[in-house]
Design a protein around this ligand. Sequence first.
Ligand code: ADP
Ligand code: MG
Length: 308
Amino acid sequence: MNNLLEAHHISKKFGNFTALNNVSIAVPKGSIFGLLGPNGAGKTTLIRVINQITMPDTGHVILDNEALQPHHVRDIGYLPEERGLYKSMKVGEQALYLAQLKGLSKSEAKTRLKYWFERLEIGDWWNKKIQELSKGMAQKIQFVVTVLHQPKLLIFDEPFSGFDPINANLIKDEILRLKEEGATVIFSTHRMESVEELCDHIALIHQSNKILDGKLIDIKRAYKTNTYEIGIRTPDDRQLQREMAEKFTVSPANFKTIGDELKLNVKLQEMHTANDLLSYLTSKGEVSHFVELVPSANDIFIQAVKNN
Ligand code: ADP
Ligand code: MG
């Protein structure tokens, strides 16, 4: 089987409130899987089920071809959403302690930690107290401790919240690198726009239901509207507007003149290809901009909510 993890028909209620309703996901080995959805959607609940912190009411989880059981905890590196470190301990001391809890020997833990601290350029934090660290700094330490023992599955719950854009990018790059080294990654986020490019697969969760999942490129393809954003410099704007309105069904209101450039969005009908449009435009002037508008995960989410 090619999936490292499968969650089948997971449902969970807290009192009368349904936090997860019959949600299934399949995470292929070596892929990055994004659990996307707004706050309160049920992402953390699913992650906690996978980490055996929460018992589901129904459904089951398969990890590497086995029904999920207590010993699997060792195979999963989990960065929880609520991140607590012991405030009065020193950074290095704390990291060593946590690494040993994951089964690494002290000397192995030290070697690996030194490597990671250098990678992330935080070597001089080793002797700082945790309480001296900002939220983002503490989160970096926890990221390191989560990945240090090289588990086959990494689960990051909202790994980017709490980071500034520079550090969020750094963590993104590290996640991609971990994938290249063979890890399988699940992460959740409520800020879909910024991280979707990380994902091979996504599942959109909305009000405890999965409303869409699949390969990101397939989903993007399915939700494309064949719309192109165009910039062109032409000797006769009006003439072009008239002609285009006839040929490609664009309304005149769509045209904007900015400086010496005419800007417009064109939604192509079935009978036209992007090449038809482009060769028409190049015959009329100098094309400065020609980009297909691809929907973001957020656009897709909104559309998927409507369709449901
Ligand atoms: P997300 O991670 O997508 O933001 P959560 O899975 O944390 O969402 O929560 C989904 C819903 O379940 C929320 O409305 C939350 O208040 C509720 N919930 C989560 N855990 C508990 C709990 N232990 N007791 C009661 N309600 C809970
Ligand atoms: Mg959450």
